[in-house]
Write a protein that binds this ligand. Structure first.
Ligand SMILES: [Zn+2]
Length: 83
């Protein structure tokens, strides 16, 4: 089984180079978490996108989706407190 790198901001597996920011496989963030310059989008924007994705894909209420997204974001490298 091939394991793909995961976006460090939203956890999405990036199975194709085009799914990386800037289409660069060395980029730690996905297409959806970066802007056209390849810069990481603000946390609030990414969180909102993840909440909508979970609500749609799981058919969950916003409250439930928010709780799940917050639980996931705690573990994602992009949102760790600076050392
Ligand atoms: Zn991402």
């Amino acid at each position: 089984m091939v394991s793909f790198p995961r976006c460090e901001a939203c956890g999405m597996p990036m199975s194709h180079p085009s799914q990386h920011g800037n289409g660069d496989t060395g980029h730690p963030y996905c297409l959806y978490c970066t802007d056209t310059a390849g810069q990481l989008r603000p946390r609030s924007e990414i969180r909102e996108g993840m909440i909508h994705y979970v609500m749609k894909s799981e058919n969950w209420t916003r409250d439930k989706a928010e709780a799940e997204v917050d639980r996931q974001m705690i573990h994602l490298p992009a949102w760790q407190p600076a050392h």
